[in-house]
Design a protein. Structure first.
Length: 458
């Protein structure tokens, strides 16, 4: 430790041993600032970071690909380490690209230069050792050992096992584009006292973007697609939302309350409507304090849970409303025995977007052999099933497979006017190449109990 204000974490034996020391210090000293961290960003960790990157990722403004950087890797990484430590490393602007969203709009992405990705990935490894000891249990997005299904399980377990009668589905409007740089750095400085690390993060935030060959400066936001952005987003929301929401639950809630956050998408369950309405009003004020805003169309308070159907029926209202979270529509249903059952079905817009993507890809694969098409389609369907094969979603899986077969049949018929492919033929092809629908995920409460035997983390 440096005086009484910082932690010195020194160990250059291996990247993991030094980072383990950081993790131990972060766990034991929750209020300490780490003043010497940059020495962990050495050639050994940069090498690991290089191999952790996606090898087929699009190049940034430098045009450098993963494969092209490989020759003379040791010399390149030693030079990169020297520049990082001397302060001569310069962050390059991100290359602006767009990917289609399920609703037809386009999502902007920032593609970083390869060396920026390497340094950022190494920095994430070091900072995770600190922040993973600080982040709360109900935060699931972009964290080591946690994924979308962990968040889905936590939410389902909370709805099924707690007195949840109301659901707040909240989405922050343009979150990644509106992160305040000054606030971001203030939050980072709660735990990071190494000025060189602070300067690196500031460089990445201020690097700007290149679009249509023109460099554009940025004054707020962090580019979606940058390696460092998910961690910075979690740090920001840890201070803006997580700590505040946890404190609100302990101080103001009169009934049960369940919180699950994945990146900028959060779902909160309440026992009492009055709690939900007060929380939502206070959350709007809290967001405004940090120049953020809840999305007016994507933020909804709905009656939901085991008493929603009977309550609405007693008031002469229709079926309980549904809400979407992480690709699934959540529905109040009944089990065969008549008890409450949380059903989760693949979002219709996500399914249709995937089918449209398959249709377009089939056009590009027009002249491929049937076996090649079948092998590719099989991998696509397996990938879709791997995520969506949750209990209560069998019908959606079956419908998706049926639509894929129909798209394939239509593509084959268009290849030749003399093609006479029948549905019987397609059944044989589908049985040969496409997996059949099967529920592969366990019931969420079962998996949640296995992963969290000591109790709930929402």
């Amino acid at each position: 430790m440096e005086g009484s204000h910082g932690v010195r974490a020194r160990n250059r034996a291996t990247p993991s041993s030094g980072i383990d020391r950081v993790r131990k210090a972060a766990t034991e000293r929750k209020a300490e600032k780490f003043t010497t961290l940059l020495h962990h960003i050495d050639a050994a960790l940069l090498r690991q970071a290089y191999y952790w990157l996606k090898r087929d990722a699009a190049p940034g403004v430098d045009g450098m690909t993963w494969d092209a950087y490989g020759p003379d890797l040791d010399a390149r990484l030693c030079d990169l380490e020297t520049r990082v430590h001397r302060g001569s490393y310069r962050a390059q602007p991100s290359l602006r690209a767009y990917i289609p969203k399920p609703d037809g709009r386009q999502r902007p992405l920032g593609i970083a230069a390869l060396e920026d990705k390497i340094v950022q990935r190494a920095m994430v490894e070091v900072l995770n050792a600190i922040y993973e000891t600080d982040f709360l249990g109900f935060s699931y997005g972009f964290r080591p050992g946690r994924g979308q299904h962990d968040a889905l399980d936590a939410l389902a377990a909370g709805i099924e096992n707690r007195a949840v009668n109301w659901i707040l589905d909240a989405d922050i409007k343009g979150f990644f584009d509106n992160i305040g740089h000054d606030w971001m750095m203030r939050f980072v400085e709660h735990r990071i006292g190494d000025r060189r690390v602070i300067r690196l993060i500031r460089k990445w935030l201020k690097a700007g973007v290149v679009e249509d060959g023109i460099r554009q400066p940025v004054t707020k936001g962090t580019p979606q697609g940058a390696v460092i952005s998910p961690l910075l987003a979690n740090i920001y929301l840890h201070y803006v939302y997580d700590l505040w929401a946890d404190r609100w639950r302990k101080r103001h809630a009169n009934g049960a309350m369940v919180i699950v956050r994945y990146a900028d998408d959060t779902v909160v369950g309440f026992e009492h409507k009055a709690d939900a309405e007060r929380f939502l009003a206070d959350l709007r004020i809290r967001m405004a304090e940090f120049d953020l805003e809840l999305h007016p169309d994507k933020t909804r308070l709905v009656e939901f849970g085991r008493h929603a159907a009977s309550g609405r029926a007693g008031r002469g209202e229709g079926k309980p409303e549904t809400f979407d979270f992480l690709g699934f529509t959540h529905i109040c249903s009944r089990s065969r025995r008549g008890g409450f059952l949380l059903s989760r079905h693949t979002r219709r817009d996500r399914k249709m977007a995937k089918l449209l993507e398959i249709k377009e890809d089939l056009r590009r694969r027009w002249h491929q052999a049937i076996a090649e098409q079948g092998q590719w389609l099989g991998s696509v369907v397996r990938g879709f099933f791997a995520y969506h094969a949750v209990p209560t979603n069998y019908r959606a899986l079956s419908a998706f497979r049926h639509h894929v077969i129909d798209l394939w049949r239509r593509a084959l018929l268009r290849r030749s006017q003399r093609d006479r492919t029948t549905w019987k033929d397609m059944d044989r092809l589908a049985n040969r190449w496409l997996p059949k629908p099967r529920i592969s995920h366990p019931w969420p409460s079962q998996r949640f109990r296995v992963k969290h035997p000591s109790g709930p983390r929402h």
